[in-house]
Design a protein around this ligand. Sequence first.
Ligand code: SF4
Length: 510
Amino acid sequence: DSNSILLGAREFANYLRTLIKEYNLDSLVSVLETVAIGAYDGVVMHVLPDDVYYVVKSKEHVKKIVEEHLLKGRQVWDLTVDKSKLKPGEKFQVKEYRIVTRNIGVIDPKNIEEYIARDGYFALSKALQMKPEEIINEIKASGLRGRGGAGFPTGLKWEFTAKAQSDQKYIVCNADEGEPGTFKDRLIMEGDPHSIIEAMIIAGYAVGATKGYIYIRGEYYNSVENLRKAIKDAYEYGFLGENILGSGFNFDLTVRLGAGAYVCGEETALLESIEGKAGRPRLKPPYPPQVGLFGKPTVINNVETLANVPQIILNGAEWFRSIGTPNSPGTKVFCLVGDVNRRGMVELPMGVTVREVLYGFGGGIKGGRELKMVQTGGLAGTFIGPDKLDTPLDYDSMKNYGVSLGSGVILAIDDTHCAVDIALNVMEFFRHESCGKCTPCREGTKVACDILEKMTKFQGTEEDLKYLEQIAYVTADSSFCGLGQSINVPLLSLINNFREEFEAHIKDKI
Ligand code: SF4
């Protein structure tokens, strides 16, 4: 994946191939490039069939593994990774459950046959023998909800689109992952692109759409490369195009690149962008299942949501419901970032607690420091103190505990950070990403930044703090789209949980 490539993965792989040749091992050993499995602090090398994981940081490490392990069969202990870090299950405090990440780190994402060997396109074959309404009922019965943050029931979205009358319908994959700290969609696209393609074809068949678009962040070079290769191969193998698997159903798929605007993750701004217009949100209603891309009924699903679909079709709704919680079935892919010992991506059953992710997967706070706060759900999510670590993460956590699930980011912050600095950092992001279409968001984020900047210099007043809170409410109430409507969540949760810290920045009180 991109991160491993930055850490030298390609250089190490090429060196590995050279050494294998030099030592005449090429008839015995083959090198397969796959995607990092989500929990790592270097380039991971997995030696099979011995099932040994190494973290490689230099060419010397590669040489050592070849000379010791491959030639002499001796494990290089100082480079071996504690397996519990990479293959959770036995010694791990939280048990990983891989549905959407099941192929990541296992298959070569650029080889369609490896995907097929792991039951790839079997769900499509099964779906094409079902009636479209049976597929929709299965997805509805599974309880699958949108993993992009909103949590809308996927089956219902499909049903609304299926019922809409039109000569043309579309399936759009929202792969514009722009939430700071989130990288799960990137790893899914880089590591298992066919699962998204397969899901989109199934969705197209279910709702009567014959054309799909994957709208992806332009900066995600490797995801784009892998998806384009996967689409090309899917056409060659007859999974895309005309008369798919002899069913008479046609479906075409195209990749469209975004240009790095956070607001284009908002579904209607995304549609505008695909249509070639400036990426600004539309007025809702009408909603995309009625009036979507080019004015036609459209299903928009997030990458992670789609990656669940083939497994639900293959294993059934009941199986899916047996994982997670009754109201939030299935798993969630979390991205753990910030001041923890182990950062990375992990897929866990819905309902896992913040503490389990932080300590079970993340190995606790870096350097043995104190945890000060955690932000869940992305930059528009809530900041919580250590007293709320036992909150279960699912679609009810906001309603029951005031804790966001959002896109699944968990940001740990230790006691070296100041709440006012964090608030300024968050608001600067929203000020930068505000599309400028409506006044409350455009001006509100700017004024909030001005006040917070004053406070970081210990120049704020009590009125400033009151005004900051008012701005949070007014912007949330009167902004046009979800971006402006959600800035109150991080801002007010920071002020409410760390008020004394904000007050300590007021000049009259110093
Ligand atoms: Fe644009 Fe912000 Fe208004 Fe949304 S809320 S339309 S991002 S200015």
